[in-house]
Unconditional design. Structure first.
Length: 163
């Protein structure tokens, strides 16, 4: 079992994983710059894919458009740690609920998923426009998950040097 990465921002952290497998020393702000289908690696060599929610869904839409959806979903579904950041921070496409549910379902009890959001869970159904999909997604996230609530004050403002 690997420890969770450090908490850097005000958010709710949804940590789920098959036997809590994840990566140590992974800094979500340090995007590997990896192209879709090619996750980066952390310092210990574990494969990690970090994406903001809207970027993940944009990449999936691009994969649908160029006929590589199956390969993209296989990549996203099997990377040992998928970090989905900033859920609820931007307007998402109308297929977001179905797409995110499919990703969570494919990963459920197989590999680790870390999801960050500063939005309360009660708002997720409204954000995605599909309460049933959100319920199914939360059911899987919470089954073996760990929830870490931070805030209400931003970690950045707490640790910022006095001016």
């Amino acid at each position: 079992m690997f420890p969770a990465p450090p908490v850097l921002f005000r958010f709710t952290l949804w940590w789920t994983g098959a036997e809590d497998r994840a990566t140590q020393g992974c800094d979500p702000s340090a995007d590997s710059g990896a192209r879709p289908y090619q996750p980066g690696r952390d310092e210990q060599g574990y494969r990690v894919l970090y994406r903001e929610t809207h970027v993940l869904l944009d990449e999936l839409a691009d994969a649908v458009a160029d006929g590589t959806r199956k390969e993209y979903m296989a990549s996203v579904a099997t990377v040992p740690l998928l970090i989905i950041d900033d859920f609820g921070m931007r307007k998402l496409p109308h297929t977001a609920a179905e797409d995110l549910l499919e990703i969570i379902m494919r990963r459920y009890e197989r590999v680790s998923t870390l999801l960050t959001s500063n939005r309360p869970v009660e708002d997720w159904g409204k954000l995605l426009g599909d309460v049933a999909a959100v319920s199914a997604m939360l059911d899987r996230l919470l089954h073996h998950g760990h929830v870490l609530k931070c805030g209400p004050r931003s970690w950045r403002t707490k640790t910022a040097p006095a001016s």
